[in-house]
Design a protein around this ligand. Structure first.
Ligand SMILES: [Zn+2]
Length: 272
């Protein structure tokens, strides 16, 4: 069996701005006051809304599955997902290589999940700003939508809790690991670096889609802001004093990040 070596980690750091109201659902069971039908997820200690890393990651993966035309199968009766079944498919599949596959698939020689997406909390700036405004609930608005009976025209209201537009969340942190089998040849590091563009593509697809619920009815447009991509090589972890962290790209919006030449910059950083 092969051994797997970590060659370095690419970090995407920044903020997420809600361009419209944002509804990432919590469980109605944890509802205490207000009585909305669809509450947002909140940190149980601070009661502040946040963006779970799993929501961001799940949305990126599902948009990539669709964009790259990945075959879907039923995971549970109501959930169709993509996950490669055979090693030959996995080795060709950037989505499964970046986002990982369930250990229960039991395939030999798959790599660990490459991408970690951390939870993004409300920024101090937004907290201060919202403290001065009288929001419906703590840092959120309640948006009433109506369902109209097609015969009687009777309107049944439903209350949807949302984080208001202009809220910012951060720090956003995504960590993409570069691995090689055995002590890798340079070619395999290049293909690892190439997988990083899948992460950026997933982020760009979200900016043009939506995060959370009610996206087709106006919620969930987000933008990635104040982005910075940095790289820590394997040598940096061994010797942080003499091998510095490399900054690979900076900018507002994901398209700015996709212009950078990661191959040459990371190769140079690995040889430092
Ligand atoms: Zn796959």
């Amino acid at each position: 069996m092969a051994s797997i070596q970590l060659q370095g980690k690419i970090f995407i750091i920044g903020e997420i701005e809600a361009m419209t109201g944002l509804h990432i659902g919590g469980s109605a069971g944890e509802l205490d006051i207000g009585g909305v039908d669809k509450p947002v997820i909140r940190n149980p200690l601070t009661r502040e809304p946040y963006i779970p890393g799993s929501s961001l990651r799940g949305k990126m993966r599902s948009l990539l599955d669709r964009h790259l035309n990945k075959p879907l199968r039923r995971d549970r009766p109501q959930v169709r997902v993509h996950e490669c079944n055979r090693l030959a498919d996995y080795k060709e599949c950037s989505v499964c290589q970046v986002f990982g596959i369930a250990p229960s698939r039991n395939m030999e020689d798959t790599m660990p999940t490459r991408l970690i997406v951390r939870d993004a909390l409300l920024t101090a700036e937004t907290r201060e700003r919202f403290n001065e405004i009288d929001t419906d609930m703590l840092y959120t608005e309640v948006k009433t939508e109506v369902v109209i009976d097609r015969i009687t025209s009777a309107a049944t209201p439903r209350q949807n809790e949302r984080v208001p537009a202009e809220a910012t969340f951060g720090p956003l942190e995504m960590v993409h690991s570069l691995y090689t089998l055995d002590t890798g040849s340079e070619g395999s590091v290049d293909s690892e670096i190439a997988l990083f563009d899948t992460v950026l593509m997933g982020m760009e697809l979200i900016e043009d889609d939506y995060l959370g619920g009610s996206g087709s009815r106006g919620s969930g447009k987000i933008a990635f802001r104040k982005l910075k991509v940095i790289f820590k090589s394997r040598k940096h972890y061994e010797n942080p004093q003499s091998v510095p962290i490399a900054t690979l790209a900076e900018g507002d919006g994901v398209s700015a990040l996709r212009k950078a030449d990661y191959q040459s910059q990371i190769s140079a950083a690995m040889q430092a």
